[in-house]
Write a protein that binds this ligand. Structure first.
Ligand code: R5P
Length: 297
């Protein structure tokens, strides 16, 4: 029945309050559709604009990596402290309880094992299956300068096309071959190509010199890859320098799950990323949490 009380009606319509049209907090994402933005806002914290993704997808090309032998025992307990989990569909379906309510960034490329040429990848997940698993984004390796460079770029652009159709963001992972120089010049090239060809965010390595030119010249968010295990203080320093250099967070694996105390480490990384905690202070926090847990055992 129509409301005949004109005063009440005027109140409910708040005619004197202009509707807000806020922008979006992530670089390069302003022109994306609602579903895409909503998924990105699950991966990246709208409060800090950053993310701590826990990467445990290593098995897709190197089998049971140290620390990932039993994901049910070693990784599931870490999930509450991560902003998002990066993993394969096989691990998600077999090992991650559906009640673990964390955004999933799903590894969507694969093919060769460590015994073969790694750049020879194909798309390894159908977008329909990714949607069925309620992913927040998909991830694909791009081998700029690699033997199968064009194939890997084409895999990415196909995945971006599929992602655009359904509102699923694509994270491009810049892979570095053994023979390639890991410097800012290379990462500027690789990250920019990924963004130009449609990636919604890019995972790349930190370099001590000129990292800020890599983030500045990439029009989408960059998350820092962890790399091989280094001492905790060094890993915290690297994460700190990366976010201070313009990275929108980290996607770390071995430096968290191979740490002496993975829970203490991910908590310390999270403070560095979301709260700009200095490396020395974050390392103190790591040690305190680790020692406390040891005394409880
Ligand atoms: C690297 O290309 C893959 O995405 C890895 O499997 C993983 O994400 C690497 O993580 P991390 O280097 O931090 O152990």
């Amino acid at each position: 029945m129509p409301d005949t009380d004109a005063v009440k009606e005027a109140k409910q319509f708040h005619v004197d309050v202009p509707m807000k049209t806020p922008g979006f907090f992530l670089r390069g994402a302003g022109a994306l559709d609602w579903g895409m933005k909503n998924r990105l806002a699950r991966v990246f914290s709208p409060a800090s604009g950053r993310t701590v993704m826990l990467a445990v997808d290593h098995g897709y090309f190197q089998g049971p990596t140290t620390g990932l032998e039993r994901i049910d025992l070693n990784i599931v307990p870490l999930a509450p402290f991560a902003d998002a989990l990066m993993l394969t569909r096989g691990i998600l379906r077999t090992t991650i309880p559906p009640a673990v309510n964390k955004p999933i960034v799903m590894r969507a490329s694969g093919g060769p094992s460590i015994l073969k040429e790694l750049s020879n990848e194909e798309i390894a997940v159908d977008m329909e299956d990714a949607i069925r698993m309620n992913v927040s984004a998909v991830a694909i390796q791009v081998f700029i300068g690699g033997e199968f460079e064009t194939r890997s770029v084409h895999n990415m652009t196909r995945l971006v096309d599929q992602g655009m159709r359904y509102g699923i963001p694509v994270m491009a992972v810049t892979a570095v071959g053994r023979e390639m120089v890991r410097d800012a010049k290379y990462f500027r090239l690789a990250c920019r190509i990924c963004a130009e060809l449609g990636a919604h965010f890019v995972k790349t390595y930190y370099v001590a010199e000129d990292f800020e030119t890599v983030t500045a010249s990439c029009p989408v968010p960059i998350v820092m890859a962890g790399g091989k295990k280094i001492p905790e203080l060094n890993a915290l320093t690297m994460a700190y320098n990366a976010v201070q250099g313009g990275a929108s967070g980290v996607d770390m694996g071995r430096n968290i799950f191979q740490s002496d105390d993975p829970i203490a480490m991910i908590k310390a990384v999270s403070r560095v990323v979301h709260k700009d905690m200095k490396p020395a202070e974050a390392f103190d926090l790591y040690q305190t949490l680790r020692d406390k847990r040891k005394t409880q055992e």
